[in-house]
Write a protein that binds this ligand. Structure first.
Ligand SMILES: Cc1cc2nc3c(=O)[nH]c(=O)nc-3n(C[C@H](O)[C@H](O)[C@H](O)COP(=O)(O)O)c2cc1C
Length: 158
């Protein structure tokens, strides 16, 4: 493709050609309600110290809440949790009222996930239209379920 054709639409397409898992970031809001947002920018960063990151859209309605948050949980969604991914990607309703979850200490963990990591925020970095949120792994758990996959802007199973 010629560089003149490489506009933001084609950039979006090449970004979408990379297969990822799907996570839901859960956290308690200022109103003490548990909220979640679907995110596929998660990546593990470092074993020692244990660090992970994800990226938050500066236009998100949850931006102010999340930038103030010191603790959150990254839930790795399983193949049968597509409806949760769709629900938590909608504007104006990030509530977990209809999503089965449990509270472990101050962590909100979605039931039926492949695994989860609770984090404390280490640092944020300005990165264009997103911010990168670097977190330290505080606790985690996992099992043998299969993950939900996102590829070519569609949900898939392995
Ligand atoms: C599969 C998938 C992955 C997404 N990944 C991210 C992400 O990494 N970071 C982000 O800020 N929003 C991501 N989004 C968008 C949010 O889930 C959500 O759609 C958007 O934030 C809705 O707008 P709001 O936050 O203003 O309510 C993703 C959406 C989908 C469907």
């Amino acid at each position: 493709m010629k560089s003149s054709q490489k506009n933001s639409e084609s950039l979006r397409k090449i970004f979408a050609r990379f297969a990822t898992g799907v996570t839901a970031i859960t956290f308690s809001s200022k109103n003490n309600k548990f909220l979640g947002i679907t995110v596929n920018s998660y990546t593990s960063v470092s074993l020692e110290p244990p660090l992970v990151l994800w990226c938050l859209d500066k236009d998100s309605e949850l931006y102010d809440e999340l930038m103030d948050k010191e603790n959150y949980v990254i839930n790795f969604l399983s193949e049968n949790q597509r409806s949760i991914a769709i629900h938590l990607a909608k504007k104006n309703d990030h509530s977990l009222d209809k999503v089965k979850h449990r509270i472990e200490g101050s962590n909100c963990v979605i039931e039926g996930v492949v695994g989860w990591i609770s984090c404390s925020k280490v640092e944020t970095f300005d990165a264009g239209d997103h911010d990168i949120i670097l977190g330290k792994v505080i606790d985690f758990n996992y099992n043998q379920r299969n993950p939900l996959i996102f590829w070519d802007s569609k949900y898939k199973a392995l």
